[in-house]
Design a protein around this ligand. Structure first.
Ligand code: 13P
Length: 339
């Protein structure tokens, strides 16, 4: 393991208040989002959409790295330039989602475990040869009155740690993502408890698998009430609850925390990130950043709708969200920026 190189990559992903743009939707997920907007669900439209994102003018001023999917990392721009080359030429880092999705966890009704460890070492080596510099694996946890089970948390935490160790072995910075899903009626307090328990399990497993904490990026959910919960907390309450949970459970050796958006409205995700950074930045041991997919992409996707004529307006919307989130990293975002 080249510790210095891993630390340098992690640092580059967090530098200059930039963040990570996740565009690693599986074919299924991408098709679902296209279908909802009447966009044809074909490989050509998926390629065109990913080209729109990668070639957004000035995006490199706000985005340090892009997470790709296996289909996307092998694709090219219309002019034949490989996506990976276009990303590197713009001064951004290419990353790759390497898990094979969340599957039913045997013995645990309604719970999932993320699969993809078999053969992972060889897949990672191929991605490194293609130019990838970091990777992503996502474990998902559901909560309600009886879930999650300890078995589900333990299985996902162990898989994440084994993935992270394999990544570091080949020189990829692992993004360690454990997501407590927003779907449900759970309160913010339940979310805080489950997030805390999951993070504790993840860091215990990372320790057992000899993962170098200075060479990872943690990608957690913010601490939120479920979308169907009748009491929705304010931005300030979310910011405080999230930071309390992270300060208790994330070692200071971790260089950065980059939140997922999880289905929050784009602007709200920005406001919450901004509140954390503006109120608390000086006392935080790690950088507090973003690794959003929907909260950056969704407004742009809704404008694009698969039409070539809409590309400039869609790129403008994408750039606006990236820029707003960079401002939120500095605690300098204001609602006026949305006008
Ligand atoms: P969202 O920001 O849409 O939650 O996606 C982030 C991600 O990478 C999910 O795995």
């Amino acid at each position: 393991m080249n510790e210095q190189a891993l630390m340098a990559t992690a640092k580059a992903l967090l530098a200059n208040s930039k963040g990570i743009l996740a565009m690693d939707e599986s074919t299924n997920t991408c098709n679902k989002r296209f279908a909802a907007l009447g966009i044809p669900q074909t490989v050509d439209f998926r390629r065109a959409y990913r080209e729109l994102i990668i070639t957004t003018p000035d995006i490199e001023n706000y985005i340090s790295g892009l997470i790709l999917y296996d289909e996307t990392i092998r694709q090219q721009k219309k002019d034949g330039t490989p996506f990976i080359k276009a990303i590197l030429d713009a001064g951004m880092l290419p990353g790759i989602k390497v898990d094979l999705g969340a599957k039913d966890l045997a013995g645990h009704p309604d719970e999932k475990v993320t699969e993809g460890l078999d053969g992972l070492r060889d897949r990672l080596k191929e991605y490194v040869l293609m130019g990838a510099r970091f990777a992503k694996w996502r474990g998902v946890i559901t909560t309600n009155d009886i879930l999650p089970s300890m078995g589900c948390i333990a299985a996902n935490a162990q898989a994440l740690a084994r993935y992270a160790a394999l990544c570091q072995e080949v020189g990829l910075v692992p993004i360690v993502e454990m997501e407590l899903l927003m779907e449900g009626e759970h309160t913010i307090h339940q979310c805080a408890d489950v997030t805390e328990e999951s993070l504790r399990a993840v860091f215990k497993e990372l320790y057992l698998q000899n993962v170098m904490l200075e060479g990872i990026i943690l990608k957690p959910n913010m601490v939120l009430a479920g979308i169907s919960c009748t009491t929705q907390p304010t931005v300030r309450v979310v910011a405080n609850a999230t930071l309390k949970c992270l300060l208790r459970n994330v070692p200071a050796a971790v260089p950065g925390i980059a939140f997922l958006s999880g289905g929050q409205a784009a602007q709200l995700a920005t406001e919450r990130l901004n509140a954390m950074n503006s109120q608390h930045k000086l006392k935080l041991p790690w950088d507090l950043s973003f690794s959003f997919a929907r909260a950056i992409q969704q407004p742009a996707l809704e404008i694009w709708k698969g039409e070539e004529a809409n590309i400039p307006a869609a790129q403008q919307a994408l750039l606006h969200r990236a820029k707003s989130n960079t401002a939120a990293r500095k605690g300098e975002y204001t609602i006026e920026m949305e006008k």
